[in-house]
Design a protein around this ligand. Structure first.
Ligand SMILES: Nc1ncnc2c1ncn2[C@@H]1O[C@H](COP(=O)(O)OP(=O)(O)O)[C@@H](O)[C@H]1O
Ligand SMILES: [Mg+2]
Length: 246
């Protein structure tokens, strides 16, 4: 299987501190991957590098088929190439309805000049309904986003990212602040989304990671410490020492 994202021996230092240290990472076209590791392991910095927020000091990040280096692109260009990122805190417009939030996300994906005079077409109304259904918010389309539960806001934001049709979705700690029922629905959603795109999920909640039922990459001090099934990596003595045995 050829990789969609190929991260090759990247390093980055902040004031002499090596946050990412010779890290390599690959993910395929329709693959789900969990990334775990102690606080400060470099998980968020890794996502910052893939999305162009942080530049590595060395190494390369290649994406797509045929692959292009993302290092020559800015954040907006990388997003247009098909890399979507979900931050920890939801950034939905609370005074707008679910449908309005999704409609804005569809518009935002267009050429900025096309937004002038833009009116929702039949196709975009249908697409908004599809997006709402995809993230489990079909019954909430007319509600203000501010009235949604924390978990529902997170799903709305994922729906807004899907409006841009990303080929790779990066999700940082989605389970934080969610109820158990919401966490279970979120794992089901991420598993479903990864059937048609690549999805990388950073998460601490081990029950959540287990339900993702996917390959796991363990980061430690900016490098890959172990990789494989959850059972495989949780039996690894190094992983137990630095991450689990606390
Ligand atoms: N912009 C930055 N400036 C300085 N240090 C940073 C910056 N970003 C991250 N770090 C440091 O890099 C290390 C990795 O951080 P991070 O990627 O946030 O870890 P994780 O998400 O795995 O908890 C931490 O020690 C953090 O303090
Ligand atoms: Mg982090």
């Amino acid at each position: 299987m050829s990789a969609l994202l190929e991260v090759d021996s990247i390093s980055v230092s902040f004031d002499g501190f090596r946050a990412i240290n010779n890290l390599s990472f690959n993910i395929g076209e329709a693959e789900l991957r969990a990334v775990i590791g102690p606080n400060g392991a470099g998980k968020t910095t890794f996502m910052d590098i893939v999305t162009g927020k942080t530049r590595p000091d060395k190494g390369d990040v290649k994406f797509g088929t045929p692959s292009k280096s993302l290092l020559k692109m800015n954040e907006a260009q990388i997003a247009r190439e098909g890399v979507g990122r979900k931050f920890q805190r939801p950034t939905v417009f609370e005074d707008q309805t679910v449908a309005e939030n999704l409609t804005m996300a569809l518009k935002a994906g267009r050429n900025p000049f096309a937004v002038l005079g833009w009116r929702p077409s039949k196709a975009s109304v249908a697409r908004v309904a599809d997006l709402a259904a995809e993230v489990g918010l079909a019954a909430q389309v007319a509600r203000k986003a501010g009235e949604l539960s924390h978990g529902q806001k997170q799903w709305l934001e994922i729906g807004m990212l899907l409006a841009q049709e990303p080929r790779l979705l990066l999700v940082d700690e989605p389970a934080a602040g969610m109820t158990l029922a919401e966490r279970e629905q979120t794992t089901a959603l991420l598993v479903r989304l990864a059937e048609t795109r690549a999805v990388v999920v950073v998460e601490h909640d081990m029950d959540f990671v287990r339900r993702l039922n996917c390959k796991v990459t363990v980061l430690h001090q900016g490098s890959v410490l172990a990789e494989g099934s959850l059972d495989h990596v949780t039996r690894n003595p190094d992983v137990i020492e630095v991450y689990l045995g606390r």
